[in-house]
Ligand binder design. Structure first.
Ligand code: MG
Length: 294
């Protein structure tokens, strides 16, 4: 297990999703919000009551989400092929095209301290037969990681050498960006997490790569205040040092998609895993946690 990094046991809090992903602790409601993508709905778990409710339905296949500094939630929509903002239930689009071509199906998103929005754009919501969006074409011909400046509307491709970029997170000082690539051997590449140095809003060349065994895909990931990487990896969560030394493993009964830190003190790790939401107590918090300014 994860010696010194977790305490107590893994608890199952909810079962009933088809594919759960995109968890986020929402401070204003003290709840965990996540996507049940094939069921096209967003769920919320309230730890104070132990109850889970449908936050919204018919949501055009949302996936990953993050908290903005104003307390609103920025989320990815496969169905609308865009990144959008949910402010108290009112949803508005932020960005949906690159150089005149529609995005694929934005998957996961983080916000940097300079307020730029960084997101991944693999094709999972537009593939033939998809149950997580609507079939469609890859219009710009790739699957990039993008940086979007809301103030100027500028969209920049910052990582273009991965096949299916998926989860992403910054190191605590935002000098490195970690990006999971879930394409795998079927596309001639290993399942992996790649590291890029970040400067002035751009990524330099890849500086590190963690290769994972087939079946242990890293999808969503987070970084804690000590710089450790907490990543989904098949039916487990693994914790790595910034240089990818394995520090611990949390076994989970189902395939893990994503995770987030939350709870009143930020030390509860919430894990979305196929049909269920799980929680385990940790000794750390997310490096990216910010107190909303309003
Ligand atoms: Mg994902």
């Amino acid at each position: 297990m994860a010696d010194g990094l977790t305490t107590g046991s893994l608890d199952c809090l909810y079962t009933g999703s088809v594919w759960a992903e995109g968890p986020l602790w929402v401070p204003s409601s003290q709840t965990v919000r996540w996507s049940d993508i094939p069921n096209n709905r967003i769920l919320e778990f309230n730890p104070a009551t132990g109850a889970t409710r449908e936050y919204a339905v018919g949501v055009e296949f949302t996936n990953g989400r993050t908290l903005d500094t104003d307390g609103s939630v920025v989320q990815c929509s496969h169905g609308r092929r865009r990144v959008e903002r949910d402010r108290d239930g009112t949803v508005t689009g932020l960005v949906d095209s690159f150089q005149g071509h529609r995005l694929n199906s934005p998957n996961d998103v983080v916000i940097a301290r300079d307020t730029s929005i960084w997101f991944t754009d693999p094709p999972y919501g537009i593939l033939p037969g998809t149950k997580e969006g609507h079939e469609g074409e890859q219009e710009y011909g790739g699957c990039h990681v993008f940086r979007f400046e809301p103030a100027s509307g500028t969209l920049t491709a910052v990582v273009t050498d991965l096949v299916h970029p998926n989860g992403l997170a910054f190191s605590p000082d935002e000098s490195d960006l970690y990006v999971a690539d879930t394409a795998g051997p079927g596309y001639g590449v290993p399942l992996r997490i790649a590291t890029y140095s970040v400067r002035d809003g751009y990524c330099g060349p890849r500086t590190g790569t963690l290769e994972l065994e087939d079946g242990d895909a890293a999808d969503g990931l987070r970084v804690d205040v000590e710089g450790r990487i907490w990543t989904s990896a098949g039916p487990s969560v693994r914790i790595y040092s910034p240089s990818f030394q394995l520090l611990g493993t949390i076994a989970v009964p189902e395939t893990v998609s994503n995770l987030c830190f939350g709870g009143p003190d930020g030390q509860d790790l919430y894990i979305t895993a196929t049909t269920s939401l799980y929680r385990i107590r940790t000794t750390t918090t997310d490096a990216a946690t910010r107190v909303p300014s309003v």
